[in-house]
Design a protein around this ligand. Structure first.
Ligand SMILES: Cc1cc2nc3c(=O)[nH]c(=O)nc-3n(C[C@H](O)[C@H](O)[C@H](O)COP(=O)(O)OP(=O)(O)OC[C@H]3O[C@@H](n4cnc5c(N)ncnc54)[C@H](O)[C@@H]3O)c2cc1C
Ligand SMILES: NC(=O)c1ccc[n+]([C@@H]2O[C@H](COP(=O)([O-])OP(=O)(O)OC[C@H]3O[C@@H](n4cnc5c(N)ncnc54)[C@H](OP(=O)(O)O)[C@@H]3O)[C@@H](O)[C@H]2O)c1
Ligand SMILES: Cc1cc2nc3c(=O)[nH]c(=O)nc-3n(C[C@H](O)[C@H](O)[C@H](O)COP(=O)(O)O)c2cc1C
Length: 579
């Protein structure tokens, strides 16, 4: 039952004041009011744990907390790495909101709690009432696996599922909102509650977000790699002047692209459509060509399209690849193949315009780690983007968003953007602590921002950058800036690994191992260890190298090295921004 609201000017006792300020420490600036006959401390606690890599689950956890407060509950929002298994086992009402990363894996901040919860010695949780919201992306094989794993495990440990798990695709807002609106009243059922009036001051907060992106101006589009490089990496500056938006070093900015008109034309040709056919899209009639350009993912083939092509063509190879157990082979087959390649491969399969649109997914934004400090550049955002261009299946292919920025948006043109904060990936609050940054390729992006931030703050802490790319002569991006930082002393150490300048590959992790003793010493001095860039190969190898450094130079066993690295993660001194 909900307690009645009492007037804003109700008098508080000193104890109440102390309780209120304690309770709200670290939470949003809501104002809580006494609930008449219900003692504050009796209100039911709702724990909300999030597993999040790029902030989506974290922001939904805060939305759920706001809803919980309005239902008179006492929400406690925590990142999963702030909770021990023993604490989890004592919780009675729990919402878990988690994304999935890697290949069906937990986000970094959920890893350790999961390890404890999935172990054979995990405590029973008979008193637990819980529900799980899983975020993911259906283009990955193991869709929402982390959420599925939590849901199953909590039940195995004796927890009672109060509300069915909801799995959200990239368009997560509406299903997440629905889950919150349905699960929170269930969590509040039968509870003694505290009435809450939300008086958060929203003034000054920008209203731009994924659903309402800011139409920013692209002011700089400059190529960073040499013209004869084997790759193309560009520096962009995007003006946010007048938007009310602000950002922190470590945040990502998302760009909502449009598709390449030539690709749209080629797809229309393959479909045998003119493009001016009017089709219903999101409740409105739209020309097919415009719908393909602005509304749908037309490069990366959807699973639905693949399955329909397999069914209609009867093609043995494709049908075999889509059958269970052939995940890796299917991925190999799809690497570099786009929707147009598939349409051209099966010309006998015909789709009407409406049928084809039903098989496509909505066009999604792409995230980019911001490469500037918001303190140094409050009115603009810098990005460092590798343009995806490759030859395959007798055609030149282009990545949607990286080449939208490179070729289509144009300097002075409009680019729709919004921010996703990454609260774990931050320059340390303590300016005196060392920072170790590992960022090959575009992984350099947030570290350019971090170094600008440290310079701006006049921070005394040491800074060490591991950077690398293919060839020094063509791919040493931001070379002048980096060398100037080294010369000024802002960069205490710089270690470079150009992989293709010699016969054998040399990578950043080789440099880490070469300088392992010093690296370990920096960690022992309280240093932070940051990694950004490729998630699938580089980040895994760098993680292994970090364990090796700790083991070799800290004179530890393998298990002790794992514990040491886990402690770094727990202390948020080993954090990653990997993709
Ligand atoms: C949090 C986060 C931060 C990020 N930060 C950055 C950043 O700072 N800089 C940056 O450049 N990117 C960054 N990315 C990656 C970025 O979001 C996009 O994934 C990237 O720009 C590619 O998008 P696209 O639309 O151009 O390509 P898409 O249209 O998405 O095409 C990519 C696909 O093309 C195919 N492909 C790519 N290369 C090849 C090849 N050589 N051969 C065959 N097939 C190939 C693969 O199928 C691949 O999946 C980040 C991602 C995340 C999640
Ligand atoms: N998941 C994804 O879709 C994903 C992930 C990362 C990057 N990308 C995209 O790939 C493009 C280029 O990315 P990028 O410039 O950041 O990086 P990159 O070109 O992939 O690589 C940068 C450097 O890292 C090296 N490298 C390769 N394997 C490594 C490993 N196991 N350990 C350490 N270093 C390794 C590369 O060496 P060699 O090439 O010589 O081996 C190169 O010197 C971008 O479009 C980016 O968005 C996509
Ligand atoms: C590198 C990478 C790997 C991912 N792996 C998966 C996956 O295996 N399964 C899945 O369903 N979603 C996967 N996703 C999608 C994320 O779970 C999804 O974007 C989610 O909204 C992110 O939420 P967060 O910001 O709270 O981390 C992946 C995303 C990235 C960038």
């Amino acid at each position: 039952m909900k307690a009645p609201f009492i007037p804003l000017n109700a008098p508080y006792s000193d104890t109440q004041r102390a309780w209120l300020s304690g309770f709200f420490a670290g939470m949003h600036s809501h104002m809580l009011h006494s609930a008449g006959s219900v003692n504050q401390a009796d209100a039911r606690i709702l724990h909300i744990l999030f597993g999040s890599q790029t902030g989506n689950s974290e922001s939904l956890a805060n939305d759920a907390a706001a809803s919980a407060k309005s239902h008179g509950l006492r929400p406690i929002v925590k990142s999963m790495d702030e909770v021990e298994i023993g604490q989890l086992a004592k919780m009675e009402y729990l919402l878990i909101i988690t994304s999935t990363y890697g290949e069906g894996a937990m986000p970094d901040n959920a890893e350790m709690l999961w390890e404890a919860a999935s172990g054979s010695d995990a405590p029973r949780m008979e008193n637990l009432k819980y529900s799980v919201l899983a975020l993911g992306d259906t283009s990955y094989d193991l869709f929402c696996q982390a959420g599925i794993d939590w849901d199953k495990r909590l039940e195995e440990l004796g927890g009672k599922r109060l509300f069915e798990r909801v799995d959200c695709d990239v368009d997560f807002e509406a299903p997440a909102e629905k889950w919150i609106s349905e699960v929170v009243p269930l969590m509040a059922e039968g509870a003694a509650t505290v009435a809450v009036i939300d008086t958060e001051n929203h003034a000054g907060k920008s209203t731009y977000n994924r659903k309402n992106p800011f139409p920013a101006k692209l002011s700089v589009n400059r190529i960073l790699t040499a013209l004869d490089s084997s790759k193309e990496t560009r520096h962009y500056e995007i003006s946010i002047a007048g938007s009310g938006l602000s950002y922190e070093a470590g945040d990502a900015m998302c760009v909502i692209p449009t598709n390449c008109p030539e690709l749209v034309a080629d797809i229309l040709k393959a479909l045998g459509c003119a493009g001016d056919e009017e089709e219903p899209v999101n409740g409105e009639l739209m020309k097919l060509s415009e719908a393909l350009r602005t509304q749908f993912e037309i490069k990366l083939p959807s699973k639905e399209l693949l399955e329909e092509l397999a069914k209609r063509s009867g093609d043995q190879e494709l049908n075999a690849l889509l059958s269970a157990g052939n995940k890796d082979k299917l991925n190999d087959y799809l690497w570099g193949r786009d929707t147009l390649d598939l349409l051209l491969q099966f010309p006998a399969v015909e789709f009407s315009a409406a049928e084809f649109l039903r098989l496509l997914k909505p066009l999604q934004h792409r995230a980019y780690s911001i490469s500037s400090s918001g303190k140094k550049y409050p009115d603009s955002v810098h990005l460092t983007v590798a343009s995806v261009r490759y030859q395959a299946h007798d055609r030149q292919h282009k990545g949607v968003c990286s080449t939208y920025l490179a070729d289509l948006a144009g300097e002075g043109g409009e680019v729709k953007i919004f921010f996703t904060p990454n609260n774990n990936f931050r320059v340390p609050n303590d300016d005196s602590l060392p920072m170790i940054m590992v960022g090959p390729g575009t992984g350099i992006a947030p570290f350019r921002a971090f170094l600008q931030e440290r310079e701006f703050r006049n921070a005394s802490g040491k800074n060490w950058l591991f950077f690398g790319d293919r060839n020094a002569a063509t791919d040493f991006i931001y070379r002048d800036e980096i060398e100037a930082m080294r010369a000024s002393g802002l960069l205490t150490r710089l270690d470079l690994a150009f992989s293709r300048d010699q016969a054998e590959k040399i990578y950043v992790q080789d440099r880490m191992l070469e300088h392992g003793a010093e690296l370990y010493a920096w960690l022992e001095q309280g240093g932070y260890f940051f990694v950004c860039g490729d998630a699938y190969r580089m980040a895994k190898d760098v993680d292994q190298a970090l364990h090796d450094v700790v083991r070799l130079h800290g004179n530890k066993t393998v298990t002790q090295a794992v514990d040491y690295v886990n402690q770094l993660k727990k202390d948020k001194r080993y954090v990653r921004d990997v993709y």
